[in-house]
Design a protein around this ligand. Structure first.
Ligand code: 4AD
Ligand code: MG
Length: 428
């Protein structure tokens, strides 16, 4: 019986399976609190009511012992969750030695990360993973409702998508293969076949930076839409972000409470999000004391400074060409810039989405590939998309862990993914 369903079985005898979190005994009455991944329940064992064998099992229980608890469900307003079990049988199904590494005290984060496989059992980490799963489902539902087709793109690739660091591996007789930094280029090919697509998969960046906003392996959601321009693209991003936040508020309140997340800040996330041109953003930043100059990408500090005080995410649009990837479309109104946007989350979380209209002019794109020093032969297939029926199209990449960190109010991305991969962390 899952603990979350106990309320529907008051008065009945049921068996709950789970792991022990707390133990307490007065000598005549003993209490076992167990969790099963869905909830937590207190079970009461009265010495006079059970066999001596059952009573003796209690003495062998430790934190994290796996147990089967059989007893009558009783409503009790004082019990955590509102129900408790009056035990008639107690079985120790998986003993746990007393040296369980994670104790109810402060542990350093490196220690916790070394024990990530056990740390996941904490209420806080479980709450984060539930919110993560809710957001993932929300993303699938959002796109499904809008007739997008999910397309899975390769992880082993020959063409490079972004400028950040690459993981490479020997690939048979084909030379070097790179772990995908993005599925976008393949997503563009699929958009010409299916109209509206999205990818949902792991992406890899060998970035030698130990920041709280970077993982070596992270999950990205990349929609690509045929006949959509940059303005359409931002509207789609806005709808997605608003819907995800609303869904978590609607369905994951207990988890947000466990995380002590200020739900009020999330409730203020409504459309429309402000749109600021890069050139104006630079002026604002300079007036706020930043030493950014026109042409630079926005650093984490600039992003925080620009969004300071904002209650909603902010779009910064049309960055200088040099600051962005080769595939972005030149801005006809100012060819020094490209038609793109970064969506910056409030409360200092910074970029959660990068998006753009794609360069659909064959010659301009080829020129940009050359200028970036990329191997032209690896991009012939990508140029084909501009040879055979080129089309206006746009898309974006939403960083899943950045979005989770913001919605959950986490300080660091490492808690937003079950088993984080960072420069100095490959285990567990
Ligand atoms: O801005 P980025 O590099 O954009 C792309 O990869 C495009 N191909 C997306 C597209 O247009 N289809 O990355 C997109 C998002 C960022 O906004 C950020 O949220 C996340 O991916 N991201 C990372 N998340 C965690 N760790 C890293 N090292 C990240 N790098 C990017
Ligand atoms: Mg970006």
């Amino acid at each position: 019986m899952p603990i979350r369903r106990l309320g529907q079985h008051v008065g009945e005898v049921v068996t709950v399976r789970g792991w022990v979190t707390h133990l307490r005994s007065s000598g005549k009455v003993a209490f076992v609190v167990a969790r099963d991944g869905h909830g937590s329940v207190q079970a009461v064992l009265v010495k006079a009511d059970v066999t001596p064998e059952t009573w003796d099992v209690f003495a062998r229980l430790t934190q994290e012992s796996a147990v089967a608890l059989t007893g009558t469900v009783r409503a009790d307003a004082r019990a955590p969750g509102g129900f408790e079990l009056q035990l008639r049988d107690l079985t120790l199904t998986g003993p746990s030695p007393v040296d369980y590494p994670i104790q109810p005290k402060e542990h350093g984060v490196d220690f916790l990360l070394d024990h990530r496989h056990l740390w996941l059992r904490s209420a806080r980490q479980a709450a984060i993973l539930r919110v993560r799963s809710e957001i993932e489902q929300g993303i699938h539902d959002f796109f499904y409702a809008r007739d997008f087709v999910r397309v899975d793109t390769p992880i082993l690739t020959a063409a490079i998508g972004e400028r950040s660091g690459l993981f490479s591996t020997a690939y048979f007789d084909e030379g070097e293969a790179y772990l995908a930094q993005t599925g976008q280029l393949y997503g563009e090919a699929a958009a010409a076949a299916l109209g509206r697509i999205y990818t949902f998969g792991p992406t890899f960046r060998a970035e030698k930076s130990k920041t709280r906003r970077h993982l070596a392996e992270f999950w990205m959601i990349e929609p690509e839409v045929a006949f959509a321009d940059s303005a359409d693209n931002m509207r789609l991003q806005e709808s997605l972000v608003v819907e995800l936040v609303a869904r978590v508020l609607d369905r994951r309140r207990p988890e947000l409470e466990e995380l002590e997340r200020d739900a009020g800040a999330l409730e203020r996330v409504v459309a429309p999000f402000p749109r600021i041109e890069y050139t104006d953003a630079v002026r604002t930043l300079q007036s706020r004391g930043s030493n950014i100059t026109w042409g630079d990408d926005l650093g984490a500090e600039d992003e925080a400074l620009l969004v300071a005080g904002a209650e909603r995410p902010v779009f910064v649009c049309n960055y200088p060409k040099e600051a962005k990837a080769f595939y972005m479309k030149e801005n006809p109104a100012d060819p020094r810039t490209v038609l793109c946007d970064d969506c910056l989350a409030p409360e200092g979380y910074g970029e959660i989405i990068g998006g753009s209209q794609r360069e659909d002019d064959h010659d301009k794109l080829e020129q940009r590939i050359r200028a970036e020093g990329l191997p032209l032969d690896a991009y012939q297939w990508y140029l084909d998309l501009r040879r055979y029926g080129t089309f206006v199209h746009s898309g974006f990449g939403l960083g899943l862990e950045r979005t989770i960190a913001w919605i959950c109010g986490l300080q660091h991305l490492r808690e937003a993914i079950p088993f984080p991969r960072m420069m100095n962390r490959l285990r567990p």
